[in-house]
Design a protein around this ligand. Structure first.
Ligand code: ZN
Ligand code: MN
Length: 472
């Protein structure tokens, strides 16, 4: 049986984090009333002139540098002509043969992918399908994007997923985009073909458009590879076509075929002057780049002795990585990594909140961990305080004092709770006496529960052992 290999390239559209649109002063804001953020320029009225948003250009330069691209010294804009209801000018201002950057690369978990080019273009509007009608919202028309095109270097859904995850992390670190996929700030198209393993020439590719989740991208790749292999095995010819992925059916379906493919009739945008990119512009953009996630991970492994895995978790976002750096200055880095990577992360996921929007500061996490280390509170109490600290903030010391959460080491109180645990669990007591040491852990847990997590664990064990040795 022939073994097949999947060949994948990814095109990603990323919204740049600007206050205004690419060629007009309209505000960029998600969720505004439809068609409230528009003007004659982005509505394509006759006689208007676009003016390039300098900040958008700077962010695009920074993005390209973060992707290790070469920066062109001369670049221009082109019109990509097509008719569509969400495109009021009937053309999109994009870049064709002279993109501002090219030939970069991204190293991801498990491989590297080449970047062919990154160019600047404007977004189109949005169609809202409402029963038999379709409505158009042009708030998004003219929003600045960079389109990032990879070489066909990827071989599986997992690799594409890892690349996209790294890409998002790089762009967020660089501060060029929030990459919020729920707001459509990052969207990707997949180019995919299969070929018998060992063959060099590429098979017929299909394009899967508009994937708005990395998981869907991975699933689409897996199901489309299988479909292509099945077609080839069945002697059915593959056609160059654009397909859509339907996550509900976990299948791709034809959107348009080659016969319907657009001829965009690109030509240079006559209303915008070309841009000469100076060394100074490139240096300014480079200076604005912070330490990138890969470098940061390497530093955490090297300097803090963390595992690759922990370093990856803690550098997942720049906010998390900055938080860790500050906490690790005053705690053992491994302790800080454990609290942040495990306990804090768990609560963030449960409560669906982002660390950057939480009032918890590195200083208060340090204070909380110190309370555990000095024995003032138990680890259990500290963990119980985390949701509150992450949602509402406050000083751990003050909260502990105000709620009377201090650890109880008082022998009398511990013995009283131990006596109750013994009385309530005769089976465990019998097992312990029969030689099952492990049941003591269970009884300690019972003491802990009775004392609402505040029992000093050592004290609880001592109290139990004492009482178990005394009573018959
Ligand atoms: Zn406008
Ligand atoms: Mn595009």
């Amino acid at each position: 049986m022939t073994e097949y290999e999947t060949v994948i390239g990814v095109e990603t559209h990323v919204q740049l984090r600007t206050r205004t649109k690419l060629f007009c002063p309209c505000e960029v804001r998600f969720g505004a009333p439809p068609n409230s953020l528009v003007c004659p320029v982005c509505l394509g009225h006759p006689g208007v002139l676009p003016v390039l948003n300098g900040h958008a250009f700077e962010l695009a330069l920074r993005a390209a540098l973060a992707l290790r691209c070469e920066i062109a010294s001369f670049t221009k804009f082109d019109r990509k002509n097509y008719y569509y209801p969400d495109l009021p000018k009937n053309y999109q201002i994009s870049q064709y043969d002279l993109p501002f950057s090219h030939d970069g690369r991204v190293a991801f978990d498990g491989g590297t992918v080449g970047i062919i080019r990154a160019h600047i273009e404007e977004d189109a509007g949005k169609l809202i399908h409402d029963g038999p009608r379709s409505l158009v919202d042009l708030n998004r028309a003219g929003v600045p994007l960079v389109e990032i095109v990879t070489k066909p270097d990827l071989r599986s859904g997992d690799e594409a997923y890892a690349y996209l995850t790294e890409l998002k992390s790089i762009l967020r670190y660089a501060g060029v985009s929030d990459c919020d996929m729920e707001k459509g700030e990052l969207r990707c198209d997949i180019n995919l073909s299969v070929r018998p393993r060992g063959h060099r020439e590429l098979g017929v590719k299909t394009e899967i458009k508009n994937l708005n989740s990395f998981r869907y991208a991975k699933m689409a790749i897996e199901v489309e590879s299988k479909r292509q292999v099945r077609a080839l095995e069945g002697g059915e010819p593959l056609r160059l076509e654009t397909r859509l992925y339907d996550p509900e059916r976990n299948a791709t379906e034809v959107m348009r075929t080659k016969e319907e493919a657009h001829d965009y009739r690109y030509f240079p945008e006559p209303d915008l002057p070309p841009v000469r990119i100076t060394k100074g512009m490139v240096e300014r953009a480079r200076a604005a780049l912070p330490e990138m996630p890969a470098e940061r991970r390497a530093r955490l492994v090297r300097e803090c002795g963390l595992s690759e895995y922990d370093a990856r978790v803690l550098t997942g976002s720049r906010a998390m990585a900055d938080f860790f750096d500050r906490a690790a200055k005053r705690l053992n880095p491994k302790t800080a990594a454990n609290w942040l990577g495990n306990e804090v992360n768990k609560v963030l996921n449960e409560k669906k909140i982002e660390l950057e929007s939480s009032p918890l500061s590195p200083e208060s996490l340090v204070q909380l961990v110190r309370l555990v280390e000095t024995g003032a509170i138990t680890a259990t109490t500290a963990k119980e305080l985390l949701p509150d600290l992450l949602m509402r903030g406050g000083s751990p010391e003050q909260i502990v004092a105000a709620r009377g959460l201090a650890q109880v080491s008082d022998a009398g109180a511990l013995e009283a709770a131990a006596a109750n645990a013994i009385a309530a669990n005769p089976k465990a007591v019998a097992d312990f006496r029969g030689g099952k040491e492990a049941t003591l852990k269970f009884l300690i847990g019972q003491v802990m529960r009775e004392m609402k997590g505040r029992a000093n664990p050592k004290g609880a064990e001592e109290a139990l052992r004492k009482l178990l040795a005394l009573s018959p």
